[in-house]
Design a protein around this ligand. Structure first.
Ligand SMILES: [Zn+2]
Ligand SMILES: [Zn+2]
Length: 141
């Protein structure tokens, strides 16, 4: 039970809050802060987080790079072209995004191991041909 404490008593006793039993402007019969004579219920209402706050957009994890170009969905995958000396690069676009975002680039490059040209589905990440990739994992395993 909340006991009546006048503002004067509260000040004298060094209390943070006092209670007069009177309703505040919003109809709360609640304690009031000595400082500012503010109703604690009103204060709580003001402090409560806004339920209408914009929610953060859910981050969709990036899809793993597909070994087979034809199976990827939601991506605009360029068709492999003839050997061009390893110069041409074509972006793979994530067409689910607006505007579409280039997620990786495909193109011909030379294998870092055997120097043979191969068509890489991710020129930044895949730098050795399938044959060397298989050989390296076999050696490591
Ligand atoms: Zn109030
Ligand atoms: Zn190779």
């Amino acid at each position: 039970m909340t006991t009546l404490v006048t503002l004067e008593d509260a000040k004298r006793q060094g209390l943070v809050r006092h209670f007069t039993g009177e309703r505040c402007n919003h109809g709360h019969v609640a304690e009031r802060y000595v400082k500012g004579n503010r109703c604690v219920e009103c204060d709580r209402m003001w402090r409560s987080p806004n339920p209408h706050k914009a929610q953060k957009a859910v981050r969709v994890p990036r899809a793993p790079v597909m070994a087979s170009a034809s199976t990827s969905q939601g991506f605009s995958e360029p068709k492999p072209w003839e050997w061009d000396g390893g110069k041409r690069r074509e972006p793979v676009l994530d067409i689910d995004r607006h505007p579409p975002v280039a997620v990786r680039h495909v193109g011909w490059r030379c294998c870092m191991r055997c120097a043979k040209p191969f068509f890489s589905v991710d020129v930044l990440a895949i730098r050795i041909c399938d044959g060397c990739k298989g050989a390296s994992t076999a050696n490591l395993g």
